[in-house]
Design a protein around this ligand. Sequence first.
Ligand code: PRP
Length: 174
Amino acid sequence: MADFKVLISQEEIETRIKEIANQIDQDYQGKKVTLICILKGAFIFLTDLVRNINKNDIIIEFMAVSSYGNEKRSSGKIKIIKDVDRDLTDEHIIIVEDIVDTGLTIDFLIKYFNNKGVASVKTCSLLDKAVCRKIDVPVDYSGFTIEDRFVIGYGLDLAQEYRNLPYVAEIKED
Ligand code: PRP
């Protein structure tokens, strides 16, 4: 068992997600938007986020990429494990992530979708480890900015475990 403590509570997450969902409702009034959930980490955030979005002309897609493997630090090599199933040409898309750390994954994804001819790309992440950036990337909808801590829960893993914690916790390092 890892030694950890709550960093962001369930209530704080719930409140912030409602705010982000309202913002998306406002920003995409009269426009269809496709939300792309980046697996695995974003699966819980995505499901809570979409249930708080009121507009119904949203499309949900799933994509799986990996940059960490079982390591605690990004390897920088982004691998597409599962691509989206549809042609997204001319669609407005929002990439939904659990965390932006070095920024390498989101940078790769923004370029990837721009090359596919989408109408617009925005990014949404529950957590933003801004101090760890290796490349400047936009996080248009950001839940919480956190320090350089190893976090688990609410979708985030430690060697694939702990994703089911209903809050974000910080691993206590010696
Ligand atoms: C995590 C996270 C992001 C990426 C962020 O994925 O979900 O996709 O790393 O890191 P970066 O900004 O340094 O590129 P991970 O590779 O751990 O896969 P997982 O979501 O399946 O756990």
